[in-house]
Design a binder for this molecule. Structure first.
Ligand code: PMP
Length: 415
C-alpha cells in the first residue's frame, strides 16, 4: 500500500522511504543519498511485486493465446493500458501506445508524423533546451525531405524565450516539439500556451514528458497537444517501458511504425492492411510485464498524491538552491519562475566529473555531464554541469550531505 499524503498533514517521507528497499543500501560505507532521479528513479516494493506477480501467476505471450495464462497476461496488459490512459488524462485507452520509453516514443512520433506531413521547405520548431532524443529523430526525418529543424532560444534564466518562439513560428512550421520539463535545468515550459500558439499556425505539437510524469499531474487532453511521450523508469516504474499518447484521429491517419506481427489486419504479398491503433504501432511481442509495473507505479504516485509530491519536492529543491547558493564559486544554471526538482550547477574550482567522483565516495549520487542536452550546454557555454535531481523520497538532510560533500571536495580542489 502506498502511504497517502493527505492535504494539511505532514508529508510522510519516512514512511515513503520504507517502500524503497534500495534506499537502505550502503555505498562506500555510507547510507546512499540518491539524488540522480532525473536519470532514473528507484522502485517501490509495490512495483517490484507487481512485476514479479506477472511471472509467478500470469505470464504468457499476449493477444494470440486461447489458454488461461495467455488470457491472464492479456488482461493485465490491457488493464495497464487503461490505467495509464487515466493517469495521463486520455479519453481512450486506444490512444495509449506502449513503447520502450520516451526515446522510442519520440522516434515513433517523428518518423510517423514526419513522413505524414513534412515536405521540402517545411519547418520543425524545437527549443534550445531539448534532450537529444527530441532533436536527432527530427533531424533524421526532416533532412531527407528537405525540411528544416529550428530551435527557439532560451533566456539567461533558462526559460523559453516566448517572443523569439512566436517570431520563429510561421506558416512553414508544420510541427512543434517541446520538452515539458527540462532535465538539465528543471524549467517547466508553459505547454498549454505553446500549444495554443502553434495551433494558431496549424502546426502539430509533440511533447516530451519524460521529466514531467514523476512530478506533475498530466492531462494530455487539456494540454491540447497531439503526442505526449513518457518513460516508466523515471516515474518509479520499470525500465524498458513507456507510453506514447497520440490523438486517435492522428494515429489513424499516420503510417505505421515497425512492421510485423500484431500490427496487421490482413497480410498478402500484393497488399497488407493494418490493425487499428494502438495495435498498429505495437509490432511484435512487447514488454509484457513492464506495463503492469508501470501501472503499479502510477498507482503508487497517485496514492501519495502528485500535488503533495510536487509540494514536497519544491521544499527540497528550494532548500538545495538556498544552501548551494552560499557555496563560494558555485553557480546554479536555471532560475525559471516555474521549476521542477532539478538543481544544475558548476563550480569555479572543480570539474563536474571530479566533483561527482568525490561525492560518490561520500555516498551521494549525482549526475555530471551534458545531460544529453549539448545545445543547451553550448548556450550556457559550459561543457557539463553537476545535477542533483530529487524524487518523492528525498529529504533536506540528504541535501545537507550534498553540500557537505561539495565543501569537502573544495578543500581538495581549491588551489
Ligand atoms: N527527454 C528528457 C527530458 C529526458 O530527461 C530523457 C531521459 N534522460 C529522455 C527524453 C529520454 O528518455 P529515455 O532515456 O527514458 O528514453
Amino acid at each position: 500500500m502506498s502511504p497517502s499524503a493527505t492535504p494539511g498533514s505532514a508529508y510522510p517521507v519516512d514512511r515513503i522511504r520504507e517502500d524503497f528497499p534500495i534506499l537502505r543500501e550502503e555505498v562506500r560505507g555510507h547510507r546512499i543519498a540518491y539524488l540522480d532521479n532525473a536519470a532514473s528513479s528507484q522502485k517501490p516494493l509495490s512495483v517490484l511485486d507487481a512485476v514479479e506477480d506477472v511471472y509467478h501467476h500470469g505470464y504468457a505471450n499476449i493477444h494470440r493465446g486461447v489458454h488461461v495464462l495467455a488470457e491472464r497476461a492479456t488482461a493485465h496488459y490491457e488493464r495497464s493500458r487503461r490505467r495509464m490512459a487515466a493517469f495521463i488524462g486520455s479519453g481512450s485507452a486506444d490512444e495509449v501506445i506502449f513503447v520502450r520509453g520516451t526515446t522510442e516514443g519520440l522516434n515513433l512520433a517523428a518518423s510517423c508524423l514526419g513522413r505524414h506531413v513534412l515536405r521540402e521547405g517545411d519547418e520543425v520548431l524545437l527549443t534550445e533546451m531539448e534532450h537529444h532524443s527530441n532533436i536527432v529523430p527530427w533531424q533524421m526525418v526532416a533532412g531527407p525531405v528537405g525540411a528544416r529543424v529550428l530551435a527557439a532560444p532560451v533566456t539567461d534564466a533558462g526559460e523559453l524565450d516566448l517572443d523569439a518562439f512566436a517570431a520563429l513560428l510561421s506558416d512553414r512550421t508544420r510541427i512543434v516539439s517541446v520538452v515539458h520539463i527540462s532535465n538539465a535545468l528543471g524549467t517547466v515550459n508553459p505547454v498549454r500556451k505553446i500549444v495554443r500558439m502553434a495551433k494558431e499556425r496549424g502546426a502539430y505539437v509533440v511533447v516530451d514528458g519524460a521529466q514531467a510524469a514523476p512530478h506533475h499531474p498530466i492531462r494530455v487532453r487539456e494540454l491540447g497537444c497531439d503526442f505526449y511521450a513518457l518513460s516508466g523508469h523515471k516515474m518509479y516504474g520499470p525500465s524498458g517501458i513507456g507510453v506514447l499518447w497520440g490523438r486517435r484521429e492522428l494515429l489513424e491517419a499516420i503510417p505505421p511504425w515497425q512492421g510485423g506481427g500484431e500490427m496487421i489486419e490482413r497480410v498478402r504479398f500484393d497488399r497488407t492492411t493494418y490493425a487499428p491503433p494502438p495495435a498498429k504501432f505495437e509490432a511484435g511481442t512487447p514488454n509484457i510485464a513492464g506495463p503492469v509495473g508501470l501501472a503499479a507505479a502510477a498507482d503508487y504516485l497517485e496514492g501519495v498524491g502528485l500535488e503533495a509530491v510536487a509540494a514536497h519536492e519544491r521544499t527540497v529543491r528550494e532548500y538545495a538552491e538556498e544552501r548551494l547558493g552560499d557555496v563560494p564559486g558555485l553557480r546554479i544554471l536555471g532560475a525559471a519562475d516555474e521549476k521542477a526538482a532539478v538543481v544544475s550547477f558548476v563550480l569555479e574550482d572543480a570539474h563536474p566529473h571530479d566533483l561527482g567522483t568525490v561525492l560518490d565516495h561520500a555516498g551521494v549520487a549525482v549526475r555530471t555531464g551534458h545531460h544529453c542536452a549539448q545545445p543547451l550546454m553550448d548556450r550556457f557555454q559550459v561543457p557539463a554541469t553537476v545535477r542533483a535531481s530529487f524524487g518523492l523520497y528525498n529529504t533536506t538532510a540528504e541535501v545537507d550531505r550534498l553540500v557537505a560533500g561539495i565543501e569537502a571536495a573544495l578543500e581538495i580542489f581549491r588551489p
